[in-house]
Design a protein around this ligand. Structure first.
Ligand code: GLU
Length: 233
C-alpha cells in the first residue's frame, strides 16, 4: 500500500492494438497528474480478456509510451500473471456470501427478463435478473457474479465531472466477476490490482466512468481504500 499522503497513479491499457489518440490522452493525463503531485506513475498491461488481446501489442504500447518520454516508475505488471490474486479476492467475496455462482446462459437471462415483463438493458447487455441468487437448483455453475446491494445508490466525486451517482442494482445488476469461459472480469481484476499496487489516483478516459460505481462497490466489499477518480475528455 502507498505511504501516507503518497501519490501513486497508473495507466492500464488493454493490449488490443497500438495506442490511439484517445488512449494517448489518458496516458499523458495520468502521467502529468502524477508528476504534478510529485507522485509515482505505473503501467499495467490489462491482458485478462485474452481473445481480444493482440500478440505483441503490449510491446508496441510500451514503445509508444517510451517514445513520448513516458517512463513508468516501477516494473510493468501483466494481469495475465496475476490470476492467483483475483482468485483470492473472489474467495474472500464467496466467504462473505457476496459472490455467487451463476448457471444462466444469455438465452436464460433473456427468457427470465421476458417472463418478468420488463427487459432491462445497458450498453446492449441484459441486466441480470438475479435468477441464481438463491441457488443453482441443480444446474451447473458457469460464471461468478457479485451480489449488488439493494437500494444503495453509489455516490462519488470525480475530480473533473463532479458529483456522480449510480444505482448499480437497478441500472447494472449483479455483475460478472469470473466469466463462463473461465476468464477474469475487468471489474474484479482492475480493483484487485489498483489496491495491490497502492494506486491512490486513477486518471482514465471518460468512456470508463460508468464502471466507477461497480468498482467502488467491489473496493468496499473487499475492504480496500477507494482511490480518487478523474475521467478525461
Ligand atoms: N484496460 C482498460 C482499457 O484499456 C482501462 C482500465 C482502467 O483504466 O481502469 O480500457
Amino acid at each position: 500500500m502507498s505511504e501516507r499522503g503518497g501519490y501513486i497513479g497508473r495507466f492500464a491499457p488493454s493490449p488490443t492494438g497500438p495506442l490511439h489518440a484517445g488512449s494517448l490522452v489518458a496516458a499523458l493525463a495520468s502521467w502529468l497528474d502524477a508528476r504534478a503531485h510529485g507522485g509515482q506513475w505505473l503501467v499495467r498491461i490489462e491482458d485478462v480478456d485474452t481473445p481480444r488481446c493482440v500478440p505483441g501489442a503490449d510491446r508496441v504500447i510500451l514503445e509508444q509510451l517510451a517514445a513520448c518520454g513516458l517512463h513508468p516508475d516501477g516494473p510493468v505488471v501483466y494481469q495475465s500473471q496475476r490470476g492467483h490474486l483475483y482468485q483470492a479476492a473472489l474467495d474472500a467475496l464467496i466467504a462473505q456470501r457476496i459472490a455467487y455462482p451463476c448457471a444462466c446462459t444469455r438465452q436464460d437471462i433473456a427468457l427470465a427478463l421476458v417472463a418478468s415483463g420488463h427487459i432491462r438493458q445497458r450498453h446492449g447487455e441484459l441486466v441480470y435478473p438475479g435468477t441464481c441468487r438463491h441457488g443453482l437448483k441443480g444446474r451447473h455453475a458457469r460464471a461468478w457474479r457479485f451480489m449488488t446491494d439493494s437500494g444503495v445508490e453509489v455516490r462519488w466525486t470525480d475530480r473533473r465531472l463532479g458529483d456522480q451517482a449510480q444505482n448499480v442494482v437497478r441500472d447494472v445488476g449483479d455483475f460478472i466477476l469470473k466469466r463462463a469461459d473461465g476468464l477474469w472480469a475487468y471489474q474484479l481484476a482492475v480493483v484487485v490490482d489498483d489496491a495491490a499496487q497502492g494506486i491512490t489516483h486513477i486518471v482514465r478516459g471518460e468512456d470508463l466512468a460508468d464502471n466507477t460505481a461497480r468498482q467502488l462497490m467491489l473496493q468496499q466489499a473487499l475492504g480496500y481504500e477507494p482511490p480518487q477518480y478523474l475521467h478525461t475528455p
